[in-house]
Design a protein around this ligand. Sequence first.
Ligand SMILES: Nc1ncnc2c1ncn2[C@@H]1O[C@H](COP(=O)(O)OP(=O)(O)OP(=O)(O)O)[C@@H](O)[C@H]1O
Ligand SMILES: [Mg+2]
Length: 239
Amino acid sequence: MSETALSIKGLKIRYGAIEAVKGIDIDVREGQVVALLGANGAGKTSTLRTISGLTRAAEGSIEFFGQEITHMDAEKITKLGIVQSPEGRQIFRDLTVEENMKAGAFTVKDRAQVKANFERCYRYFPRLHERKTQMSYTLSGGELQMLAIARALMASPKLLLLDEPSLGLAPLVVRDIFAIIGEIKAEGTTVLIVEQNALQTLKIADYGYVLETGKNSIHGPASELIRDTRLVEAYLGTA
Ligand SMILES: Nc1ncnc2c1ncn2[C@@H]1O[C@H](COP(=O)(O)OP(=O)(O)OP(=O)(O)O)[C@@H](O)[C@H]1O
Ligand SMILES: [Mg+2]
């Protein structure tokens, strides 16, 4: 059995009086793709942001390979190898594709590693290679999403956090993105992915958790969740 990369216990997240996440438990094993599913407002983004140190945990603990990271600052967490590719398209519009990717590698001091990361990203996304000198604001939605993932990969993540990488993309591009997430996993990067697209995500995932208004709902191996009637009714019915 592989090691536990990420272990979340009793995590609570509050925004003022609102308790958005009400004591959840999540484990991510090294080398796996784990899906975090749930309706709008379930607390998925809040959970990812708290893992990254961008949002503070109110209670509970988050450990990364046994090390407590619950109250660590975001940059330190990135240096440990947890890298989040943001929801939507938050990249530097006034930088070129290549400059954005280089910015993603700011924690990587080894130049040979930066070069290897560029090669890896361009192998996954040949389109970014073709457009490396292009200003990012001229990219299409799908290309921006690819750039967001590439920028995260440039930081040499041990654990890659993806928040809705397929959001707003055409079906063919969605298929490409999921295929690439499969390759990222095959090359040994652990992935925790938030998605609305439950069926396609479970097809590439090893394990899945469903959140329901800030609480754990069902969880289990992806192959079982795909056939779970409760999940099929709630999320997969129209897929
Ligand atoms: N900065 C904030 N201030 C106040 N409330 C917030 C803040 N961020 C999130 N919330 C609330 O916390 C709850 C969980 O939000 P979150 O963004 O984590 O959900 P989500 O599962 O990612 O939803 P979606 O699928 O719509 O992206 C929501 O009710 C939301 O309104
Ligand atoms: Mg969200």
